[in-house]
Design a protein around this ligand. Structure first.
Ligand SMILES: NC(=O)c1ccc[n+]([C@@H]2O[C@H](COP(=O)([O-])OP(=O)(O)OC[C@H]3O[C@@H](n4cnc5c(N)ncnc54)[C@H](O)[C@@H]3O)[C@@H](O)[C@H]2O)c1
Ligand SMILES: [Zn+2]
Length: 404
């Protein structure tokens, strides 16, 4: 037998730009990001737009056209933008990805040209998959337009669509060519869509950066009032923490079992599916991280006072920490959400590894979840979901000895 160990080292570097008025002709961010390394040629681009963004910014296609005209020496729009409905429905079947692939083909996009996608996290997940599949991967520029996409999903290296009811079952790891975060897109977002990003910020702060958690805690009343400068600061820090994790964790393509950035996500993914996506990803994450904080407190991993602060911060921002789906049963005594634990294990492959918060700013990985204790935590969380009153405080305290 002869074995040759083939080694391939691939380095990825992509700019993540925070800007405003991306399509103002005087703004060089898009031109520079596309043309980086090759300033002397004309770059062919196809643009994909989330219909929700087009609705909020009806002049967007005209502004894109004007930008490309102003930079015609460097950029070429190969055809009018393809506009498709965004939101979770775009991930529910392969048909929208197919339409994107048709557009990439009709535009003769090659591995030296560009697929620009403008939209929320779901739209970018679908567009990223189309770009990764076409010619085995064409240059993909992400222009995220929601809070969650700007602070988390849009800056990472993953894409996916759902398959047969399973969240993100079909997808690839494919670093983008560039990410361009335009703060102007946040201005049209209603508070719940801004809070989706805040939920991911609380998640990453709780397990990685105690000082950042304290700043979110302090800013909570401003966040609840939709104070955009305060929200923007938090989203930017959140994006940088996600980027830092991907760059330094040693496992950017998630080959290992641990998924720190998926703290709270075993329950979140299940709740999204159980609610047929009535619960957005971010709102489901808020509930998931509240639940796992309570569980960590019960095990003595996270000081009880800190679990309470985490839950209070989510609530003070206006995020939910409970939903009736948590109490749904498949048969008497069996909570449906607990099936999310096995789904999560199957998605990771191999051993179950779940990240729980330890003292603020740190985390632990556990390989088992005690379902009886988790069910107790769900019961305790139900009390948090109600307006707090003396009776509920007493009952909750009786369950876990915690003080809301
Ligand atoms: N790839 C990853 O690493 C990763 C990480 C986290 C989440 N995700 C995925 O991201 C998705 C959630 O993304 P999301 O929270 O951005 O929501 P979303 O993409 O579902 O968008 C929500 C709605 O907002 C609209 N919209 C987008 N931008 C807008 C704007 N500027 N103004 C007004 N409306 C706008 C969309 O059309 C849609 O109707 C989930 O599918 C989740 O699984 C992926
Ligand atoms: Zn998430």
């Amino acid at each position: 037998m002869t074995t040759h160990l083939q080694r391939i080292e691939v380095r990825h570097a992509f700019p993540v730009v925070f800007t405003r008025d991306l399509f103002a002709p005087r703004n060089p961010a898009l031109r520079d990001a596309v043309a980086r390394g090759q300033p002397d040629r004309r770059h062919r681009c196809l643009v994909l737009i989330d219909r929700g963004v087009k609705k909020a910014f009806p002049d967007l296609p005209a502004r894109i056209r004007a930008y490309f005209q102003a930079h015609a020496d460097a950029l070429q729009l190969v055809r009018p933008p393809l506009i498709l409905a965004g939101g979770e429905t775009i991930k529910q079947s392969a048909a929208p990805v197919r339409r994107m692939l048709d557009a990439l083909r009709a535009g003769n996009i090659c591995r030296h040209s560009y697929c620009l996608a403008i939209g929320g996290g779901a739209f970018l997940d679908a567009a990223g998959l189309a770009a990764a599949l076409f010619h085995r991967g064409v240059r993909h520029v992400r222009i995220p337009t929601t809070a969650l996409a700007q602070c988390d999903s849009g800056v990472g290296v993953k894409n996916a669509i759902n398959f047969e009811g399973s969240k993100n079952l079909l997808g690839t790891f494919a670093p983008p060519w560039a990410v361009l975060n335009d703060a102007g897109f946040l201005e049209s977002l209603p508070l719940p869509l801004l809070l989706d990003g805040i939920a991911e910020a609380v998640k990453v702060a709780a397990i990685k950066d105690a000082a950042f958690f304290r700043s979110i805690e302090r800013a909570a009343p401003k966040i609840a009032r939709r104070d955009l400068p305060a929200i923007r600061r938090i989203l930017q820090r959140c994006a940088l923490l996600h980027l830092e994790h991907i760059a330094t964790s040693g496992d950017p393509f998630e080959l290992g079992a641990a998924r720190p950035l998926d703290y709270g996500h075993w329950a979140a993914h299940k709740l999204e599916a159980m609610s047929r996506h009535r619960l957005s990803h971010g709102h489901a994450v808020a509930i998931g991280i509240a639940l796992d904080a309570l569980y960590a407190a019960c095990l003595g991993l996270l000081p009880e006072s800190q679990a309470c602060r985490l839950i209070q911060t989510l609530r003070a921002c206006g995020l939910p920490v409970f939903d009736p789906e948590l109490a749904r049963t498949t048969r008497p005594g069996r909570l449906a959400v607990l099936d999310g634990i096995e789904d999560f294990r199957a998605h990771l492959g191999g051993e179950l590894t779940v990240t729980f918060p330890a003292p603020l700013g740190s985390r632990v990985e556990l390989h088992t979840i005690d379902e009886t204790l988790m069910a107790d935590c769900i019961a305790a969380l139900a009390e948090w979901g109600q307006p707090l009153n003396v009776k509920s405080r007493e009952r909750k305290a009786a369950i876990h000895g915690l003080t809301p």
